[in-house]
Write a protein of this length. Structure first.
Length: 317
């Protein structure tokens, strides 16, 4: 009998993305020149970046000395919200083409979420997010069913009321991977504390390191924290029994220059989550061997580089 692959549920905002490269940002009340825009216009992002990467992640077979097998490691479902508009229909289509199911996508309101992602030369990212009008109300019955059935859950940034309801709906034994995003409107201090206390694995960018002190105070011993550092790779840290965070190891990145990096972090996190969901459950407080997680991080970094190389190839770079 063929074993049923674990169910990985990815929850958070949908987003129809418009990414632009800018000249150096000149501040308010001044004109900043757009140097170029993404060749995919729009690009279907948010949860879709994560589900696409997770569905593409091959299983890591313990009997194959770390080599990947061909079959997908997990069944992936998206839990999100879109409007009853062409953007919403196109976003759902992108999720399904990427290999994930859409039973957890609720269609409400008239306007789907959109993001303008601005990359000023040499100066980080500016995100302008319009959440649309599709997030009112509680989780649907299909969403609650998926939450209760999931073996692993990825929580990205999403409506605060839905995130709280999700935390109550998932199984106590489900693995929770939290992709931390700096969005104060959707992530209050008490919600961040609740997520840190429940999460098994937390990923965040170096620019979001201000959350680490709160995570150390709230998270359980053994919680893995992965800090992504762009072209400088990723660092594995772990919460100790003394409510501190200790460095464990690092994995280098494979730089890919001259290409739009929208979705790179979510590709990394989606690949990582799929590999974690496919592995046997373990007691993180007592299983301190860092090698499996470092292998997962290396695979996630490789998948991210491959995505960026493919994007560069499409642009002829």
């Amino acid at each position: 009998m063929t074993a049923v692959a674990p169910l990985l549920l990815v929850t958070g905002y949908a987003s129809v993305d418009f990414a632009m490269q800018l000249a150096p940002f000149r501040g308010t009340d001044a004109t900043t020149t757009v140097l170029g825009r993404a060749d995919e216009w729009p690009r279907y992002g948010g949860v879709a970046h994560v589900t696409r990467a997770a569905a593409a992640s091959p299983a890591a077979d313990p009997s194959s000395q770390g080599e990947a097998v061909v079959e997908s490691s997990v069944r992936v479902e998206a839990l999100s919200w879109v409007g009853q508009d062409p953007d919403g229909a196109a976003w759902i289509g992108a999720v399904k083409r990427g290999g994930a199911g859409g039973a957890g996508i609720a269609t409400r309101g008239t306007r789907s979420p959109t993001s303008f992602l601005l990359y000023p030369e040499g100066d980080g990212t500016i995100c302008l997010f319009d959440p649309g009008d599709c997030h009112d109300g509680a989780l649907t019955s299909d969403q609650r069913r998926l939450a209760a059935a999931a073996d692993a859950v990825v929580v990205t940034i999403g409506p605060a009321h839905a995130t709280r309801e999700l935390l109550d709906a998932i199984r106590p034994d489900a693995t929770l991977c939290w992709i931390l995003k700096q969005d104060p409107d959707s992530l209050s201090g008490d919600l961040a504390t609740a997520l840190a206390a429940r999460a098994d694995v937390i990923t965040l960018s170096e620019g979001e390191s201000g959350y680490l002190a709160g995570i150390a105070a709230a998270a359980r011993p053994g919680t893995d924290i992965i800090v992504t550092r762009g072209s400088r790779g990723a660092e594995l840290r772990r919460v100790t029994a003394n409510a501190t965070i200790e460095p464990i190891g690092s994995v280098p990145a494979e730089p890919v220059a001259g290409v739009d990096t929208t979705g790179a972090g979510d590709t990394f996190s989606g690949t990582l989550a799929a590999r974690i969901a496919a592995e046997p459950a373990r007691d993180r407080a007592h299983d301190t061997d860092p090698r499996p997680m470092l292998e997962h991080i290396a695979a996630a970094a490789g998948a991210t580089a491959a995505m960026l190389r493919a994007r560069a190839t499409e642009l002829g770079r």
